[in-house]
Design a protein around this ligand. Sequence first.
Ligand code: SF4
Length: 421
Amino acid sequence: MYPQVLFRNRKPDRIVTLDEYRAGGGYRALGDVLRKRSAGEVCRVVDEAGLRGRGGAGFPASKKWESVPADGAYPRYLVANSDEMEPGTFKDRVLIHADPHTIIEGMILAGYAIGASKAFLFVRPSYESSAAIMERELRIAREAGYLGRNILGTDYSLDIVVHRSGGRYICGEASALLNAVMGKRPNPQRPPPYPTVKGLWERPTVVNNVETLANVPHILRNGPEWFRGLSRSKTPGTKLFCISGKVSRPGCVELPMGTRLNEIIEEHAGGMAPGSEFKACLPGGASTYFLTRDNLHAGMDFDGMAAVKNRLGTGAVIVFDRKTCLVGATLNLMRFFARESCGWCTPCREGLPYMRDLLERIEEGEGREEYIPMLRLMSRQVWNSYCALAPGAASPVESLLDHFADEVHEHISQKRCPFKD
Ligand code: SF4
């Protein structure tokens, strides 16, 4: 059995109540921090724990908090990002449905660390049940004195509201998300200024993924050493891994950082589905590279994935079997990314639909050999885009051509998809 931190209270059929959360030590860290510790101490403990962002980029949480200038303006804001639209990723939803108060306590503690008086929980609109759960539990937390004015009788006040996203993938990108909260068109914006200096309404704003924030109460209650000891690698803590595709037990599991990919698939997802044989997987969601059997020994953390020229991303493992057409699978992803381009810059706006069309023709038996170098060229060109959406979208295409070129050539030479009857 592996240490369960975020899922320690998880029930098979229902949401953990406030009383159950408290019975397990919940909100103890909050009382302790607000009465005895300074904001700087909270940052220091989280820094010593080595908590890195769980939304994909892996930036150290404490460094982001500390980049809010000490003499920065007020009010300050915190945003918990749960705009979870990366295909294959559903960990935030599972977490909200398992133990919402661990997220609420984490948000209050992070808000205290940066001096925020208002926080937003930014939720994907199709997660209406998650939004409703959080609104209900926020009300319960408020009535219990954990939120609002003078939390637990201290000087610190914070309130949290749920903000439903407009429903586009790019709304989950931090700078686009801030535009969305302010009611503007959600185009990404490159720093400077950094949001921690000028974010929402030009005030310091920190955006963290909800999984990142949910770790904070546990770190403050148990200490940095404990958190570091949970991991099997240099990246401290545990990670929520979403597993989908051709496995026997798809789902979301909490495992130590650095758990090997083959263990995740073979043990925690019950192995391949009956009658299927492993071909490839996307280890960290739809914007990572296909990974073959040769690299299944890799550890699932930032360094382990970098060692096999891949990315941990959101930790969403999507497994494909021998009978799955990877041209078709890549085309599906490219249809998604081309649709979700915000249209701000030309390489992405024009390049992704172009790549989608080339893949579509190959999949439909109308492909030509020259499409392969064209796809390679476009995969490189879209790296000139303004934000990370387009390079992320190109990742499966590049690795399709690197590892499964035979499959692409077969489509072209046979003038049909060899996986279709
Ligand atoms: S890369 Fe795509 S999503 Fe990002 S700014 Fe450019 S058009 Fe928008």
